[in-house]
Design a protein. Structure first.
Length: 267
């Protein structure tokens, strides 16, 4: 896997961005914040943690695993419930000599989800499944009082008729999610929604498990590409059924998640 790296320099960034944001959120989360409706996962998989860059300290670099346990992903005409875990892995690394920090994408592991029982009325042969995939861009803004993740994704549509290359969004024209645990500022007709800042869900046994809710309802969704054996013959059909392209302010995602962080020296 090719890992995406983002470099930042300077002493003020000596504490990795994500870990600092999480620590700040501990003191800011409202006591009235809602609990994650799902149980804490029995285990957290750190197998997608990216390798440390040269010179990065395993004692000051951390790998974070965020597991989305439930929520919604409404794009175009599809309003999909998240019923199986989605795992996002990324690292915040630090070179203790140069104070250079990096955010490195590790992996996005999402199950395929049934979104259309049957394009032509047949629930077996013409059922359509969707799988969210990484589309080449990942960023955690350093500023702000809320945890934010900007990530490019595409949705692969899986069906024998559509072929294996049918996607909504591509690496060159992705769905650009700007997830926040704060409040969104979408264009109409959507109205602002607010997530939940990270707070401790369990501290014992270590490592601590955080819970949060990330939201975004400002993103746009491009049209389908490559449908029917990569040729795009059925792009129009997918767009008609799915309501693509879908303008910003008409799509929404809400993600209930648990987050665990470990030093690389603990992996």
């Amino acid at each position: 896997m090719k890992f995406t790296r983002f470099r930042r320099r300077g002493l003020r960034l000596a504490v990795p961005a994500v870990f600092g944001a999480a620590l700040l959120a501990f003191g800011m989360a409202s006591p009235a914040a809602a609990d994650n409706p799902d149980p804490i996962p029995a285990s957290f998989d750190f197998s997608d943690c990216p390798p440390l860059p040269a010179g990065a300290s395993p004692f000051y670099s951390r790998c974070q695993v965020a597991v989305v346990t439930s929520g919604t992903f409404q794009v175009g005409n599809f309003d999909q419930e998240i019923e199986e875990p989605i795992r996002l892995t990324y690292a915040s690394t630090l070179n203790a000599e140069t104070f250079e920090s990096e955010i490195i994408f590790g992996g996005l592991d999402a199950p395929k989800m049934l979104v259309q029982p049957g394009l032509f009325g047949d629930p077996l042969l013409s059922a359509v499944y969707a799988k969210v995939e990484y589309a080449g861009s990942f960023e955690i803004p350093a500023a702000g009082s809320h945890l934010a993740i900007n990530m490019a994704v595409k949705v692969r549509l899986i069906n024998p008729f559509l072929g294996s290359n049918c996607t909504v969004g591509t690496n060159s024209n992705p769905i650009m999610l700007n997830l926040t645990t704060g409040t969104t500022d979408p264009p109409a007709p959507n109205t602002p929604i607010t997530g939940e800042d990270p707070r401790i869900a369990r501290s014992d046994p270590p490592p601590s498990v955080l819970q949060a809710q990330s939201v975004d309802n400002s993103f746009s969704v491009p049209g389908a590409k490559g449908c029917v054996f990569g040729g795009g013959v059925a792009d129009w059909l997918v767009n008609q059924i799915g309501g693509f392209p879908a303008a910003a302010g008409t799509n929404t995602t809400v993600q209930n998640e648990y987050i665990v962080s470990k030093q690389y020296s603990q992996l």
